[in-house]
Unconditional design. Structure first.
Length: 342
C-alpha cells in the first residue's frame, strides 16, 4: 500500500514537471523569426494600430473596434549584428486592452485619460525601437585601425608639441641618494618588527612639521594683516601716539593741579592709549572708540583688564559727566603705571 502511494506521488510529480516544461519549449519555438526589413514594416504597422486606436478612443465610430489586443501581433526574433534580439509586445497588448476597456465605459473620463497616456507611451516606445533598428551597429576596431591610430599618436608625440621627459639633474640625484641612504640607516637602527611603524612615524613627522610651521606662519600673517601694522612708519599727527604718553601724563597732572579732574583723567586715558600704540599693538587711528581699543587687546588679558578699568573711569567722568576728584585721578594714574610697566 505504501509503495503504491509513493509511486503515485512520484508519477504526479513527473507529470507536473513535464507539464511545466512542455509549454516553455513550445513558446520558444513559436517565436517568428523575421529580417530587419520585415521588423521595420511590423513596427510601422503597430504604430498605425496605436494611432487608429487613439483616434477611435477620442472619436468613437460604428466601425470595427481598432483597440483589439490581438492586433499587437506575436513576439518576434530579429537578427542584429552577431546576435539576435527578442521583441516582446506584451506591453503593447496591455495598452490596447486598457484602451478597449476605457472605450466600453465612455463616461469615465479618468479611464480615457489613462488609456490615452498609455497609447502615447506605446507610440514613443515604438519610435525608439525603430530608431534603434535603423541605427548602424557600433564600429569594431580591427588591427588595421589600431595600427593607424598608433601611428597617428606617435606622429603627435614626435611633433614636439609636448615637453619631452628629462632625466633628473645632478643635484636631484644627490638628494635622492641621500634620502635613500637616510631611510636605510633608520631602518637598520630599528628592530625588524617595528621597521614599518618607524617608517610610518618618520613620514608622519616629515609631513606634520612643515604643515605645523606653515600654519603658524599663516596665523601670524593673518594677525599682521588684521591689524595692518605699518613697518617703521611715523604715526599721523592726529593719532594718540603722535604725542609721547609721558607728555599726555604731564598735561593731565597739570590739569589736576588746577582742579580740572575730568580733563585730567581724560589725558591719563589717552596716555595709556599712546603707550600701547607706541608698542605697535595696533595701527594708529584716532577714529576708534574706547571699546574698539579693548577689542584689540583680546590676546593680552592682563593689560586688557587694566585698560578696561581705566576706560570705565574715563567714560563715567567724561561721557557720563559724573563728578571726579583727586582720588579718581590717582586711581587712573595707578592703572596707567601698571600698563606702562608691562
Amino acid at each position: 500500500m505504501i509503495k503504491r502511494i509513493l509511486l503515485g506521488v512520484l508519477a504526479l510529480g513527473l507529470s507536473c514537471t513535464l507539464g511545466q516544461a512542455i509549454p516553455t519549449t513550445g513558446a520558444s519555438t513559436s517565436l517568428r523569426q523575421i529580417s530587419p526589413d520585415e521588423c521595420k514594416q511590423e513596427l510601422d504597422r503597430l504604430r498605425m494600430v496605436v494611432e487608429a486606436c487613439a483616434q477611435e478612443l477620442q472619436q468613437p465610430t460604428t466601425a470595427p473596434k481598432a483597440c483589439d489586443p490581438s492586433l499587437g501581433g506575436p513576439d518576434e526574433i530579429v537578427p542584429i549584428g552577431s546576435g539576435k534580439r527578442r521583441l516582446q509586445y506584451d506591453w503593447l497588448r496591455g495598452s490596447l486592452r486598457q484602451a478597449a476597456a476605457a472605450e466600453s465605459a465612455k463616461h469615465e473620463q479618468s479611464a480615457i485619460r489613462n488609456a490615452s497616456s498609455g497609447l502615447s507611451d506605446a507610440r514613443a516606445r515604438l519610435e525608439e525601437m525603430t530608431q534603434e533598428l535603423a541605427s548602424p551597429p557600433a564600429s569594431v576596431y580591427v588591427p588595421e585601425n589600431v595600427a593607424n591610430i598608433r601611428r597617428q599618436l606617435d606622429a603627435i608625440l614626435e611633433s614636439g608639441d609636448y615637453p619631452q621627459a628629462k632625466p633628473p639633474s645632478y643635484l636631484e640625484r644627490i638628494w635622492n641618494d641621500f634620502v635613500r641612504w637616510l631611510l636605510r640607516l633608520i631602518i637598520k637602527a630599528m628592530p625588524s618588527s617595528s621597521s614599518s611603524s618607524a617608517i610610518y612615524l618618520l613620514e608622519l613627522a616629515v609631513i606634520a612639521i612643515p604643515c605645523g610651521l606653515l600654519i603658524w606662519w599663516f596665523i601670524r600673517r593673518l594677525q599682521v594683516q588684521r591689524l595692518g601694522l605699518p613697518r617703521d612708519s611715523v604715526p599721523h599727527s592726529s593719532a594718540p601716539s603722535a604725542l609721547d604718553w609721558q607728555e599726555w601724563l604731564e598735561q593731565g597732572q597739570k590739569l589736576g593741579r588746577e582742579g580740572l579732574w575730568r580733563e585730567a583723567i581724560h589725558h591719563v586715558y589717552w596716555a595709556a592709549i599712546s603707550c600701547l600704540e607706541s608698542r605697535q599693538l595696533w595701527p594708529a587711528d584716532r577714529t576708534r572708540t574706547p571699546r574698539e581699543y579693548l577689542g584689540l587687546l583680546s590676546e593680552n588679558p592682563e593689560t586688557r583688564a587694566d585698560l578696561f578699568s581705566l576706560t570705565k573711569s574715563f567714560e563715567h567722568s567724561w561721557y557720563g559727566e559724573l563728578p571726579a576728584g583727586e582720588k579718581d585721578f590717582a586711581e587712573a594714574c595707578g592703572m596707567l603705571e601698571r600698563i606702562a610697566a608691562r
